[in-house]
Design a protein around this ligand. Sequence first.
Ligand SMILES: [Zn+2]
Length: 366
Amino acid sequence: MIKPKFKETIPVFFVNNEIHIGEEDGVAGIIEDPNGSIKYLISLIDGKNTIEDITEKVLLKYPNITSQEVHEAIKSLDEEKYLEDNSISPRVMGEYERERYKANLNFFSLFTSLEDSKFEIQEKIMHTNIALLGIGGLGSQILYHLAGLGFHNINALDFDTLELSNFNRQLLYSEENINELKTVLAKKRISEFNPNINLNITNKRIECSEDVMNHIKNSEYVICVADKPTLYIQDWVNEAAVKLRKPLVSGGILNTRGRFFSVIPGKTGCVECHKKTLMESDRTVNEELNNMNQVNFQRNNAAISPNVAMLAGAMVNEVLGLVTGISKPISLGKMMELNFSTYQTYSISEWERQDNCPVCHSILQH
Ligand SMILES: [Zn+2]
């Protein structure tokens, strides 16, 4: 039985004969309440009463109100996403997880109605396996965001060792560990930060598409921020992700801007479809294409921590949208650019699946 209550993120307060709900622009609602019946109704929406209990109590005190009116009032509060069902309990999360991820749960509750469970969103995250390629500047911040969100299963790959020049933006590491492998250091740090995480690490320089396939085969989603070898990594990751049908979010930093895109194999076009689209629209586009697909992902140390954090945040939010469905990713089949000076995000190139794409056509028709 549904026991509605106001979400913890939704304040309700009474001013004279008005009821104010929410405080954020666009969420705030003001309801006039001349005879106090709505205040009484709201006082009953406390997570202890069922909708029938509430209706019965309101009708007893205000006989002119009909049960249909009470149901409609609760329905409209639910449509505004003010309410959650207090009778829903988590399937696997215990008290510890509820506390650790309390603010996550409050955030997820913003997207739920009485029929949904905020716990299911968190539990989905806890059970989803993410492959992360690269734990340098972007990758190490992405790893922290994944750990904060509660992704408990992560496969991370890198081959680099820690250098002094990494510390302006790579917040995961310690100076005493210079020259040590980033994967090993990341595992140690992440296990301290969130001991619930099963972080599998692979020390490897990617040399072909098969290497990528081996790394991502047990994951459900792929994040690529690896930038070496510059000329080939995007193609190898794309081919592997499409072949194994793993949704991919990929990105890199280009001085004053960040770029990111995502691919859902079979639904959106892939990296090769993007290249074909550009080439078919303009035969002289090769040079531009090289910029977009190669220079973009080249090792580039003109990167400051706040900018890296912005792009890492945007990319992890894309993954969060893909995994949970709470928001629709904005970079599906689009090269998005995030301008670090203005904070504007816009699409610089869009593409559909190409029927003659050698990567996704040949693989997905089987
Ligand atoms: Zn394709």
